[in-house]
Design a protein around this ligand. Structure first.
Ligand code: ZN
Length: 309
């Protein structure tokens, strides 16, 4: 069947409207930025506890970082080359009183007052695992590597009517730092476990090979290379429409990219390889609402039981 872009956009719009009318999403006036109702948040928290329980045997180190990232850390990665259109840079005002008066005058005149701002020392966090790597810098890993459990709000500037494409959302991640074998094993293990966890809550997701949305012409080549090397997989499930399923979890094998950028080494001195699995918590909640209905009290009993944590 041929599905037009307009049909997809209509499906997104309709889904967004229904979720807002049901009170699950609270609109902010900006596409992709919402408040969440208590019912929505409760589903997010319950699903996260299910993930915690299913991953508990790994005894991962738990770390929680905020949604802002050291700018120097950001600049050690190639994010600005690969995803300039998704970044968020935090600016603030550092001028004197005279500068302040000028800023206010510009605002009052409807002019661009943001020229008076200067970049702060932080960027918005683009992925939950970014803040981890500098903390492991210039250290040698134990022989069985490290597994770290992370959760953070992450920012991506991609305003959209697709309710599943939020500009700021939570990723729950498990990251492995170690040898190539350890990183690959982590990816395979978690993709399978991820499918099982999603199945437990009634979401039959599909594992697909994927690529990151690299920017520009060079980006097209990078995306093709990423696909060729089987580095990124997504677990996809319908949210707004069956025609365009949504990635509700994804896993990246970064090879030694972060190991090199942050000088993280295996015991034999080789650059560490890293891989992560990330659950898109808001997207999973959205998939659950679209699949089972807007009132969790009426969800299938086995789904309710799986989430009764
Ligand atoms: Zn990650």
């Amino acid at each position: 069947m041929c599905v037009t872009t307009q049909t997809i956009t209509d499906a997104y719009q309709e889904c967004q409207t229904r979720l807002i009318e049901a009170g699950l999403l609270i609109p902010s006036g900006v596409n992709g930025v919402y408040g969440l109702s208590g019912v929505f948040e409760d589903v997010v928290e319950r699903f996260e506890r299910l993930v915690t329980q299913r991953g508990s045997h790994l005894r991962a180190e738990v770390m929680r970082f905020p949604a802002i990232l050291n700018r120097e850390t950001y600049l050690k990665t190639t994010h600005i080359e690969s995803f300039p259109d998704l970044m968020g840079s935090v600016h603030s005002f550092t001028g004197n009183e005279r500068d302040h008066q000028r800023l206010l005058a510009q605002r009052d005149a409807g002019d661009d007052w943001t020229r008076e701002l200067t970049p702060s020392e932080v960027m918005m966090t683009p992925a939950a695992c970014y803040p981890l790597y500098p903390t492991a810098a210039r250290t040698a890993l134990p022989s069985d590597g490290r597994i770290v459990d992370l959760r953070s709000f992450v920012f991506r500037h991609e305003p959209s009517v697709d309710p599943a494409r939020m500009q700021i959302f939570r990723q729950r991640e498990y990251v492995r730092l170690g040898t190539p074998e350890q990183a690959q094993e982590h990816q395979e293990y978690w993709l399978q476990l991820g499918l099982e966890i999603l199945e437990e809550v009634g979401l039959t997701a599909r594992k697909v090979i994927a690529n990151d949305p690299f920017f520009g012409r060079r980006g097209k080549m990078m995306a093709a290379a990423q696909k060729d090397q089987d580095l990124k997989f997504e677990l996809v499930h319908a949210v707004a429409t069956e025609e365009r399923p949504t990635a509700i979890a994804s896993s990246n094998y970064h090879l030694d990219y972060f190991g090199n950028a942050f000088e993280i080494q295996t015991p034999n001195g080789a650059p560490a390889h890293t891989a992560c699995i990330g659950f898109g918590l808001e997207r999973i909640a959205l998939a659950l609402f679209m699949k089972h209905g807007f009132d969790p009290d009426f969800w299938p009993t086995d789904v309710q039981n799986a989430l009764a944590l």
